[in-house]
Ligand binder design. Structure first.
Ligand code: 9MR
Length: 377
């Protein structure tokens, strides 16, 4: 993994300096739970909600549970409801981990999001699906598999208010629909089929298309592809309510490109205008900041992360159609980012609002300020 180039870092830092004025500075003594008002309370005051992903393992961490309780109004299941975790064969469903998370959510007054019913990248399908004997009528067989999976899972969780029905269907490189064993036999209508199944099983839940297109220049083909995809769904009256903007922002080792110029911000705003112009709602589904390439020194690094996040959040939250902000976890040590492309200095990344000692970081305050100053919904 190569760190950000000097040019990229300077670009990042320039943006950070511009935004620094609005980022409250916090010392190493920031209180464990952040300011008196929780992120969710701050969001609620503007007509939004704040939440986070949670994994089954985190249920055994009382301090993590406490942060979920005190900071969040909504939880999304990080892995527990993915296809490989919930169905080990055509008629073998295992909802134990999901049920435990759902119980925690109910006991603590958290709404629940389901993630995800179909992750379009083939490697995230269960092995048994990938090797299934499709017989003489492959399209029919695949529809049956999808119908059973989507319907059974949705009906098992009638309390889920919002579902990522299809995840990452558009190729980030080309902007075209990713090809899988499903598209081979069902064609692009595969997507329509999934949403119709979901709507039939959950007439009142929010149905979301979730993807990781972002504001960086390298993501243009992805943004354009997602927009074309959403236009097509609208034309065909497919019941999709909102675009889930994953928001894994920050360094991307494969595409080191300076992100913070005005044209890039305009492009991001233009993308969100086009999506909302089609009548879609918006939500931030998996927010975190990859600090790969930023300086080692924690205080400086944290300030840069916070300022970068604030810039992104200010644009994105300026859309009143955006009602929910969820981070992909709350505490740095659990982040998926710790396991991919380590930092060159070997130090852990600091992508989430609480550090590994459960202390609120400047990113926490950037989130709080962005929520507090967003236009009311
Ligand atoms: O954070 C998740 C990690 O624990 C899993 O191993 C991985 C594969 O299931 O998925 C991660 O979450 C991804 C999410 O489901 C979809 N968007 C990208 C997330 C980070 O890879």
């Amino acid at each position: 993994m190569s760190p950000l180039s000097r040019r990229e870092f300077l670009s990042l830092a320039a943006g950070a300096m511009a935004a620094a004025a609005s980022v409250p500075r916090v010392g190493a003594t920031a209180s464990p739970a952040g300011p008196a008002q929780s992120l969710n309370a701050t969001a609620r005051a503007r007509g939004m909600r704040f939440g986070s992903a949670m994994s089954f393992a985190q249920l055994s961490d009382p301090r993590y549970c406490e942060l979920m309780r005190t900071q969040c109004g909504i939880m999304v299941t990080e892995n527990a409801l993915k296809w490989p975790q919930t169905q080990s064969g055509p008629s073998t469903f295992t909802f134990g981990h999901g049920d435990a998370l759902a119980r925690f959510a109910a006991e603590n007054g958290l709404l629940l999001r389901g993630h995800n019913l179909l992750w379009q990248k083939s490697r995230y399908l269960p092995d048994w699906v990938r090797h299934y004997d499709l017989g003489a009528q492959p399209a029919k067989t695949l529809e049956k598999l999808l119908y059973a999976h989507i319907t059974t899972e949705i009906k098992h969780y009638p309390q889920i208010v919002s579902w990522d029905v299809v995840n990452e269907a558009i190729s980030a490189r080309t902007g075209a629909l990713r090809e899988t064993l499903f598209t081979r036999d069902l064609g692009p209508e595969l997507i329509d089929f999934c949403y119709h199944c979901a709507r039939a099983a959950a007439p009142h839940a929010q149905l979301v298309y979730n993807d990781y297109m972002n504001w960086q220049p390298y993501s243009r083909a992805h943004r354009d592809g997602v927009l074309r995809f959403l236009e097509g769904l609208r034309k065909r009256n497919v019941p999709v309510d909102a675009l889930g903007i994953q928001s894994h922002i920050g360094a991307n080792p494969r595409h080191p490109d300076p992100p913070l110029g005005r044209p890039q911000k305009m492009a991001w705003r233009g993308f969100l205008e086009a999506v909302t112009g089609l009548g879609y709602g918006l939500l931030i589904t998996e927010f975190d900041v990859n600090d790969n390439g930023l300086p080692s020194e924690p205080a400086l690094r944290d300030r840069l992360i916070a300022a970068y996040a604030r810039d992104y959040l200010d644009i994105t939250l300026s859309f009143r159609e955006l009602k929910d902000v969820l981070t992909w976890g709350l505490v740095d040590k659990y982040s998926w980012l710790q396991h991919i492309a380590p930092r060159a200095d070997g130090t852990p990344k600091r992508p989430l609002p609480f550090d590994s000692h459960y202390r609120a970081t400047p990113l926490y305050f950037a989130l709080a300020e962005a929520l507090r100053t967003a236009p009311a919904r």
